[in-house]
Design a protein around this ligand. Structure first.
Ligand SMILES: Cc1ncc(COP(=O)(O)O)c(C=O)c1O
Length: 471
């Protein structure tokens, strides 16, 4: 199937519709010292300020040239980590040096960086914290909630340790009970099926609905806005492990209607290593989430008042205090890292977050179609046909013999050989499957804005040959 045909299928979900084209070349300065857009062209690289028109057939090739990825390797494991554009590396380098030369300290709540990030993520600056990573964000959320013995957290059997560990802490510390829905996998589901699974598992003791969107195991984009609405209707606190959302999906966090979302800024957002994005709803949004704000404690902070505490959280549309500033401000921080996060958000806004989402989903649909043509659609653990459930991750059972779905060593060997013999990097994934006594072993491919159609064809062809060789 051609990519043009796939165009109309991309773009599900709640997205930031506006293309933020207002940031010119000079606008990338980070507002910290004298940092500005770097002359990346000096290193022979293109800059995001000089991209051809988006309608140009050269557009995505030019975007690819913004990155420094090793051209001898086809890197398709963005779900584990991304790679910052050259401009961001230059910003990091320059600010690191400026800070060293001037021995600059930085006790700040980074309001300017949070303002740029908030614009890209469809929320307000008092609702965005730049964290260390998703796990850090999830930990801050779960540790900050006022949970007590017997309260139930309803989650899934496909969560990452980034979410599983903080809920285990809440269990062992406060006596919270963890309940899990078993997620069905593959192309047979619709968004409503997942919502129904959660709905049936809610009890009078459920306090928190926590889920990954997408799950890292199968790349199932659980329908965030629909599940947030379910949580609202039952008075539950919604917590989203959105590790893969920033930089991949152009979601408007307010429109999602969730209470909390933790993501990575170093995966699909391609920010500096060790950065994340934490969204904390800080006002009542009658249209998207009319529920009162849950009690929440900024447990990691150096600007929580030593005396007098903070005002009650607002019951209206205006925040009573800047909770994100309180979490952001923790001792001396890295100006360089924060400058890099701001810079990469500006680059994403300049390319257009909707445009990036559409491209990611086009390439992902192309991947899934090629896999379905070769192996059959039944080999996919990722949804394919419901546009509300798809994302840039694709998981499949790579071997022709169905008994191999349980063979972890063989699957790991396939991934290793793909790297050694074909120069392609993907990863393994394993997870419980309803009705199967043993976990399934899969491989997972990530398609992102620096990939081209021929990269998709290359990884599918290589996997087909290698898995055939090994069958
Ligand atoms: C769903 C999910 N949650 C959390 C994490 C942890 O991410 P981080 O390294 O940003 O903490 C990952 C990492 O792959 C993930 O896929």
């Amino acid at each position: 199937m051609s990519l043009t045909k796939l165009n109309s299928r991309a773009g599900a979900g709640v997205s930031r519709r506006g293309f933020v084209g207002l940031l010119g070349a000079g606008a990338a300065s980070v507002g910290i010292g004298s940092v500005g857009v770097s002359p990346a062209a000096a290193a022979g690289g293109a800059t995001s300020a000089a991209l051809p028109p988006a309608s140009s057939p050269e557009f995505w090739k030019a975007v690819e040239r913004l990155f420094v990825l090793d051209d001898k390797v086809l890197f398709m494991n963005v779900g584990t980590v991304g790679s910052p554009p050259r401009e961001v590396l230059d910003t990091l380098d320059r600010v690191h040096r400026e800070v060293a030369v001037k021995a600059t300290s930085s006790y700040s709540d980074f309001a300017d960086v949070r303002a740029v990030a908030a614009q890209g993520y469809g929320c307000d600056p008092d609702e965005v914290v730049i964290t260390h990573n998703t796990s850090d964000g999830m930990s801050k959320i779960l540790a900050g909630l006022a949970l007590k013995e017997g309260d139930e957290i309803l989650t899934t059997n496909h969560e990452h340790s980034g979410g599983n560990v903080p809920i285990a802490l809440a269990r062992d510390r406060h006596g919270v009970v963890i309940k899990r829905v078993a997620l069905p996998v593959g192309n047979g589901q619709r968004a409503e099926d997942y919502v129904e699974l959660f709905r049936r598992a809610i009890t009078p003791r459920t306090k928190v609905l926590m889920f990954s969107a997408p799950t890292y195991k199968t790349g199932t984009m659980l329908p965030v806005a629909m599940l947030a609405k379910l949580a609202q209707d039952h008075g539950l606190i919604s917590v989203v492990d959105g590790a893969h959302i920033p930089g991949m999906m152009a979601y408007d966090f307010h429109e999602l209607g969730v209470d909390f979302l933790a993501g990575s800024a170093a995966k699909w957002q391609c920010g500096p290593g060790g950065t994340g994005v934490l969204y904390i709803r800080n006002k009542v949004l009658p249209r998207y989430n009319p529920n009162p704000l849950p009690e929440f404690w900024p447990v990691v902070s150096s600007s929580y008042p030593a005396e007098g505490g903070v005002p009650p959280r607002t019951s209206g549309a205006t925040a009573s205090y800047d909770i994100a500033a309180m979490l952001q401000s923790v001792g001396n921080s890295s100006l360089a890292i924060m400058s890099g996060v701001r810079n990469v958000c500006e680059i994403w806004d300049r390319i257009g977050r909707d445009r990036i989402q559409e491209r990611v989903l086009q390439l992902s649909a192309y991947t899934k179609d090629l896999i379905a043509e070769r192996w059959g659609v039944g080999s996919l653990y990722s949804p394919k046909d419901d546009p509300r459930l798809v994302c840039g991750l694709t998981s499949l059972a790579p071997f022709r013999d169905p008994r191999d779905v349980h063979d972890a060593a063989k699957t790991a060997k396939l991934v290793a050989r793909l790297k050694d013999e074909y120069g392609i990097v993907i990863r393994t994934s394993d997870f419980p499957v309803v009705g199967s006594a043993r976990p399934h072993q899969a491989v997972r491919i990530s398609t992102h804005l620096f990939h081209q159609e021929e990269d998709v064809e290359r990884v599918v062809e290589a996997l087909w040959r290698l898995s055939g060789d090994m069958s």
